[in-house]
Design a protein around this ligand. Structure first.
Ligand code: ZN
Ligand code: ZN
Length: 280
């Protein structure tokens, strides 16, 4: 008799005199299918020569007390309804790792296919996803920075900076340069500087002026402070600056009223309205 479990080398020749026992497939068809499914084997031997050795069953699967079981040699009876659960292939780590990696690759391919298909069909939804994705990245990274005590003052700005990205993508008019300049201008705004010279297309926050009260109330960052440098690191991140170029498509979404009304809640009118940037 040979055990049919892949990877198990137990056979009656080797186990003579031991307390290893061999068990045929159960008669119940459904149980039989369960056993065979668990064994993960394609080329099944004939049913009457299918044996499972006792090494694949937990002790509680056998009739009688454990003491009795291991004291006696030879036949052990399985309780009805027992299923094999100990398999050598469940413990081979490298194989599992490989298949996990493979699954990841497969998942990525499937995702990419969906995204490119979606890009064609629903550009505005995908666009919204892009902005959401990037603003999440920004929040996450600023969140990491404020964990350091010296950067604490940045905490109040995280939401505003993330909102700023939505505002930039909505107001750039499809122009990547404008979008970029608007985006980096946050580094002026946070230090209470609302006009600057080093921009080609965008040189002031606006259109409204910040009220005196608002200006007093806002906790501006100090230029060159640790918190400011930390913010700068995230805002000017090379990959981010490249990725935000994708956000220029937003002005096309006017035709999709539903999506537009959803995102318009993110529209921040700088310096005017109820919630100007920098407040919370
Ligand atoms: Zn076996
Ligand atoms: Zn400003």
């Amino acid at each position: 008799m040979y055990c049919m479990v892949p990877g198990c080398t137990i056979c009656s020749k080797k186990t003579k005199g031991s307390d290893i026992s061999y068990h045929r497939l159960p008669n119940d068809q459904q149980m039989r299918r369960t056993w065979l499914r668990r064994v993960r084997r394609d080329n099944l031997p004939k049913a009457n020569s299918c044996y499972f050795c006792s090494a694949h069953f937990t002790p509680d699967c056998f009739e009688g007390s454990l003491k009795e079981l291991f004291g006696m040699k030879g036949k052990k009876a399985l309780k009805s309804g027992s299923v094999p659960s100990i398999f050598p292939f469940l413990h081979r780590k490298p194989e599992r790792k490989l298949s996990y990696k493979r699954a990841q690759i497969r998942e990525k391919i499937a995702k990419d296919e969906i995204t490119s298909e979606m890009r064609k069909k629903y550009p505005s939804i995908i666009h919204q996803y892009d902005v959401w994705h990037l603003s999440k990245w920004i929040k996450k990274n600023l969140g990491k920075k404020v964990k350091t005590k010296i950067n604490e003052s940045l905490l109040k700005w995280i939401q505003s900076v993330s909102n700023h990205l939505w505002w930039c993508s909505q107001t750039c008019g499809g122009d990547a340069e404008v979008l970029r300049e608007k985006w980096v201008s946050i580094l002026n705004h946070v230090v209470n500087k609302h006009r600057w010279k080093n921009g080609k297309r965008f040189r002031k926050c606006g259109p409204g002026r910040l009220s005196r009260r608002k200006e007093r109330k806002t906790k501006w960052l100090e230029d060159g402070s640790a918190a400011y440098v930390a913010l700068e690191g995230v805002v000017l991140n090379k990959k981010l600056l490249k990725d935000i170029e994708k956000l220029t498509e937003f002005h096309h979404t006017g035709d999709n009223v539903e999506v537009h009304s959803q995102t318009s809640s993110f529209f921040i009118q700088r310096h005017v309205g109820q919630n100007p940037i920098g407040s919370d």
